[in-house]
Write a protein that binds this ligand. Structure first.
Ligand code: DUC
Ligand code: ZN
Ligand code: ZN
Length: 484
């Protein structure tokens, strides 16, 4: 068979194992895995690792915050930055604000997504799950291949009640999808914040204090309990605490379809990073906030144990200027400063440092960076796998290259990186999307708009049987529709 491209002499790593083979690509897909392939166009991957391109499953691109601040990245710059970071596709959020219908929200983000160089989908943030949404708009979104939703348990302008959370969980379950949740107790944060601000504690470092670990732990416990009641799958995003991870692990051991994500900021930063002069600490403000070194160690362990299904950047880019962090001026309190930090390009090199340090195997790296996201978000095996028939979405890594993270090397719209100066070993050298080189030799070769919307299917729940609450037996009572 005539090939368009052959990747020669590399070591292929998948979530299931590793082997030496060449990769034959034709019409954007992998068509052969064999020894000694040849093509007119070849990439020599000797000494390099050939892995599924990363799938960034949590990032905020061309998204207005609840207070109207626009992120510093649109789909062009965001996707290019992600490509430099070893990603071949990404799933940003399409965020409903309360004055918008779901249909309007999706139209808006489909328009924004057109600029992407990566293949993309959206998780739909739902802030107003009224009758029209639950009975019509959300089922329609699932039909269009948007099979994951996100809800908030905090932020007055975004949060939903526990009761509507149950509606969303049951609905997503019936459609074979997945509900994601930002789990923090709103009242605890609000109460802490008021006390701090009233007593003049307004600097960025008080942001971390106003989001205590217990606020996350309480909300994770509640979210898991709600998902158990209706036996519905749940993904807890950006878990930052030891007890939070332990609640997830326990629910998984019970068979519940509970999944979780953690992010680089919880492994590489601590609350001390917020403690800088003036408003400088705002660069490290995100919710939930970074914790401490002991927690970092425990979260690394839960990554290796499989408690976390995905490792995402939570790229939420607000510049350190008046378009972002400083939009409320130099005297802003921590409550008036946008939450979030960049990380599209650094997520995978940071995670790879865990391989170099012996914390993770290469196979775990692939699972956490790509394959698991493809599975749980309904894109597998087309994405996230190296096998005959899959999209040729491939990242070729040099596991020995050591580089320092520097703002000057970033391609996003930001004016800082929280990881400035970190020396990391292991970097992507060539990234392919559907067989096309999108990054090579430090250059982006992709044309704006080449990315395609990926129509996703049902989630793969990793064989978890679910968790049935006896009182909620749908055969005997008025239960929410919970077909398996
Ligand atoms: N939650 C996120 O998922 N990202 C940024 C800020 C937030 O609260
Ligand atoms: Zn969140
Ligand atoms: Zn986020």
């Amino acid at each position: 068979m005539k090939l368009d491209l052959a990747i020669r002499n590399g070591t292929i790593i998948t979530a299931a194992g590793r082997f030496k083979a060449d990769v034959g690509i034709r019409d954007g897909r992998i068509v052969m895995l064999a020894e000694e392939l040849s093509a007119d166009d070849e990439i020599d991957a000797a000494g390099h690792l050939v892995m599924p391109g990363g799938i960034e499953a949590h990032c905020h691109i061309a998204q207005e915050s609840a207070t109207g601040l626009m992120t510093a990245d649109d789909y062009r710059s965001g996707s290019i930055s992600a490509a430099f970071g070893g990603n071949s596709s990404f799933i940003p959020f399409a965020a409903q604000h309360r004055h918008m219908s779901i249909a309007e929200t999706l139209d808006l983000y489909h328009e924004r997504g057109r600029a992407s160089v990566l293949d993309y989908s959206f998780h739909l943030i739902v802030t107003n799950p009224d009758e029209q949404a639950v009975n019509h708009d959300l089922p329609e979104a699932f039909r269009q291949g948007i099979t994951s939703l996100k809800v908030f348990m905090t932020y007055e302008r975004m949060m939903i009640t526990d009761s509507t959370f149950l509606d969303v969980l049951a609905l997503a379950k019936a459609a074979g999808g997945l509900t994601m949740v930002h789990a923090e107790n709103n009242a605890m944060i609000d109460w802490m914040s008021r006390k701090l601000v009233q007593s003049g504690h307004t600097a960025p470092r008080y942001h971390a204090i106003s989001h205590p670990a217990v606020a996350e732990v309480e909300a994770i416990n509640r979210a898991i309990s709600l998902s158990k009641l209706v036996d519905a799958p749940l993904m807890i995003v950006h878990v930052s605490t030891r007890e939070g991870a332990e609640l997830v692990a326990r629910a998984q051991a019970e068979g519940a379809r509970v999944f979780a994500e953690t992010c680089p900021q919880y492994l590489f930063l601590t609350r001390d990073d917020l403690n800088r002069p003036g408003l400088e600490g705002a660069k490290f403000m995100c919710s939930p906030p970074p914790r401490d070194q002991e927690t970092q160690e425990i979260l690394w362990r839960h990554l290796a144990l499989g408690t976390f299904t995905v490792f995402s950047s939570d790229h939420a880019p607000y510049r350190y200027d008046d378009s972002g962090k400083l939009s409320n001026g130099p005297d802003a309190t921590f409550k008036q400063i946008a939450n979030g930090m960049p990380g599209l390009a650094t997520r995978l090199p940071l995670l790879f440092s865990g391989v170099a340090a012996g914390r993770l195997t290469l196979e775990q790296f692939v699972a956490l960076s790509s394959t698991n996201a493809a599975r749980v978000f309904g894109m597998y095996p087309r994405k996230g796998e190296i096998a005959v028939g899959t999209d040729a979405d491939i990242a070729i890594w040099d596991p020995h290259e050591t580089r320092e993270v520097r703002l000057a090397d970033q391609h996003d719209g930001m004016d800082y990186t929280p990881y400035e100066g970190m020396r990391l070993t292991g970097w992507p050298v060539t990234v392919l999307s559907r067989g096309e080189r999108i990054v090579e030799g430090g250059r982006c070769m992709a044309e704006e708009g080449r990315g395609r919307f990926v129509k996703r299917g049902p989630s793969d729940y990793f064989g978890r049987p679910g968790f049935t609450v006896p009182e909620m037996d749908p055969a005997r009572n008025f239960g929410v529709e919970i077909g398996r």
